[in-house]
Design a protein around this ligand. Structure first.
Ligand SMILES: Cc1cc2nc3c(=O)[nH]c(=O)nc-3n(C[C@H](O)[C@H](O)[C@H](O)COP(=O)(O)O)c2cc1C
Length: 202
């Protein structure tokens, strides 16, 4: 393991379940791979913008001259994409908001899912270019989605698995702190998730 990239999205700081569990993952990586570089990209502290028209053009144009002219507008996307491509392990720690991911995480995804960098279209279909990586999803939710009547309302894990697969990351494990809004479940949700972290294949 040379580099791990951890993406934090919750604005709830120390109260955040997803951040607490992600810290446990970070501690495990530090213990297991003492020389590995760990980048903790906090999207709340260092916000990423939604795509505007110039950035969109800068990161998607196939015209070399235009690409050179708009180079500066692609700087952040280049940095984030480079960070992802240089990592062996990606950890996404996110709350469920309105049954999906927060738009901040979507903004990051829109900056790193890039034609020619993390995926390409070929004659045989889409080719993911972010190969040879593992991912861990650390998901926090107020309700329970691993079983029961709300299962089909989860647009977090299915979406993240699809988009990661799209760019070539198929080795994905999930850890959940769920039931955070259900008092008897909330009591142990984080410690249960932290225990699961111990058994992850990292
Ligand atoms: C804006 C907002 C929307 C939320 N939407 C949902 C939801 O759709 N389903 C759910 O189970 N919990 C929902 N929750 C609860 C959070 O998922 C829960 O508090 C979780 O612990 C947040 O993660 P965090 O502790 O890392 O911030 C929502 C919370 C907020 C603030």
């Amino acid at each position: 393991m040379k580099q791990t990239l951890i993406i934090d999205v919750s604005p709830r700081g120390q109260e955040s379940a997803s951040r607490k569990v992600a810290s446990k993952v970070e501690a495990r990586i530090q213990a297991q791979y003492p020389t590995a570089k760990i980048i903790r990209r906090d999207l709340v502290r260092q916000s990423v913008p939604h795509l505007d028209s110039v950035t969109l053009k800068a990161i998607s144009t196939k015209d070399a001259e235009e690409s050179q002219r708009l180079k500066e507008s692609a700087t952040l996307s280049d940095e984030l994409t480079g960070e992802l491509l240089a990592s062996d392990l990606l950890v996404i720690a996110t709350p469920m908001w309105n049954f999906g991911i927060p738009s901040l995480l979507k903004a990051w995804i829109d900056l790193v899912v890039r034609p020619g960098k993390t995926f390409s279209y070929t004659q045989d279909g889409v080719l993911g270019l972010a190969k040879g990586k593992k991912a861990i999803l650390v998901l926090a939710s107020g309700g329970v989605f691993t079983e029961g009547p709300w299962q089909s309302w989860d647009f977090v894990e299915p979406y993240l698995r699809k988009i990661l697969s799209f760019i070539g990351i198929d080795s994905v494990q999930t850890v959940r702190a769920e039931g955070m809004n259900i008092p008897p479940l909330a009591l142990n949700a984080v410690s249960d998730a932290e225990r699961v972290v111990e058994s992850l294949a990292i």
